[in-house]
Design a protein around this ligand. Structure first.
Ligand code: FES
Length: 64
């Protein structure tokens, strides 16, 4: 498992992920990126939406 800076947590191997509602979803990928920012439209999986926040922060934009 790898924790990235502002982005996802990377988990090696196929994983079962239990969401906050108790739903279990399975990823068969060799590396699964789990969203930690809660902005992903594919939550609990990262869809790179966290990059929008990083870009705004670098431009001095809004707080989200
Ligand atoms: S960590 Fe990538 S979309 Fe949330």
């Amino acid at each position: 498992m790898e924790i990235t800076g502002e982005g996802p947590v990377l988990v090696n191997g196929p994983v079962d992920v239990t969401g906050p509602d108790g739903e279990v979803v399975r990823s068969e990928r060799s590396v699964t990126a789990l969203c930690t920012c809660r902005r992903s439209r594919r939550f609990p999986f990262c869809d790179t939406s966290h990059r929008d926040r990083e870009r705004r922060a670098h431009r001095g934009g809004g707080s989200r």
